[in-house]
Write a protein that binds this ligand. Structure first.
Ligand code: ZN
Length: 322
């Protein structure tokens, strides 16, 4: 969700007593403090946060009204949506002190974008056995939240409803290959699902964080246990993040690798960062992922969902085939 500069100023004006020139000079100062590494919108965002101005409100939707995916902002309740199923993911099991169960998920799209639908309700998960890629689904009473990769997702709990192939509803055909069409780095656009072939030219030092075993969100240590916002007391797992720079000759892009993808860069053996750098620089890979605009740093990033070493023979065959 991206707010324009003027929208942010407007929100600050309406929720504080500060005059406009003071707000703008705070933003200027923030830009200076951060050495112009962020966009003006990014700086305005930070200033709004510092002033405790809520940029997004937890609007309750008017009942019955279906949103387009682009209109689904974080923190909404009672979201209704009609979309087409693009990819169905495997159902996963989880277990914490308090509860255990299953999580179903699929990627859904409409003419305005795509989003991951996360299903927590057992009854709906069983109904998902009937679900097929290409089906139209009507979702009622879902809630939206931001996941740990900064995407907005739609969650279905016990009060939600999933109707498969509802009568009299249409959604334009969405090309399934939209999930990963081949692109060159110079053509990457935010929200694209792409496949990119490139060479790793830089590797930044991996970072590790403690994550919830259920939802993979970062957990905080308080009063001698790890606490997940949603799943309370959990036994955390240590999860890596690695940033790399990928270049394909048309340009380069910063690529963010989480968890299993990061492990493919770091390797199973913890042999030290110099070795990791040495082994990865110059490595040619095929990456599937989503292009994302990092508002804070005003740059485009590729959030990798899978990487594979490029097989030179396969690549050559493909070139000759064209
Ligand atoms: Zn959790």
């Amino acid at each position: 969700m991206i707010l324009k500069y003027e929208d942010i100023i407007g929100k600050i004006l309406s929720s504080t007593s500060l005059p406009r020139d003071q707000i703008e000079s705070k933003i200027e100062q923030k830009l200076k403090d951060l050495h112009d590494l962020i966009s003006r919108e990014g700086a305005a965002h930070i200033v709004a946060n510092e002033l405790s101005v809520k940029l997004f409100d937890n609007t309750i939707m008017e009942p019955g009204k279906a949103l387009k995916i682009r209109e689904v902002k974080p923190g909404l309740n009672s979201v209704n949506l009609i979309a087409r199923v693009m990819t169905i993911y495997d159902t996963k099991e989880f277990k914490t002190d308090k509860r255990q169960g299953r999580i179903g998920s699929f990627l859904a799209g409409d003419e305005t974008g795509s989003t991951r639908i996360v299903v927590w309700d057992e009854k709906i998960i069983s109904e998902m056995k009937e679900l097929q890629e290409g089906n139209i689904v009507k979702i009622n009473n879902a809630y939206s939240k931001v996941n740990n990769k900064n995407y907005t997702e739609l969650h279905l709990g016990s009060k939600s409803q999933l109707i498969i192939n509802p009568k009299n509803e249409t959604v334009p055909e969405i090309k399934i290959n939209m999930t990963s069409s081949r692109k060159t780095i110079k053509d990457l656009q935010p929200n694209d699902f792409v496949e990119v072939y490139g060479t790793i030219v830089e590797v930044f030092e991996p970072k590790f964080y403690q994550a919830c075993p259920v939802c993979n969100r970062k957990v905080l240590f308080n009063n001698d246990f790890f606490n997940c916002q949603e799943h309370n007391k959990v036994e955390p797992k240590s999860v890596p993040i690695v940033n790399i720079v990928l270049d394909d000759g048309t340009g380069n892009v910063r690529m963010v690798c989480f968890r299993d993808v990061a492990e493919k860069i770091i390797g199973k053996v913890q042999s030290g960062f110099d070795a990791v750098k040495h082994e990865n620089k110059g490595r040619q890979i095929a990456v599937k992922g989503k292009v994302s605009k990092n508002e804070m740093f005003a740059r485009t990033e590729l959030i990798a969902s899978s990487i594979e070493d490029l097989d030179p023979a396969k690549l050559l065959a493909e070139l000759e085939g064209n």
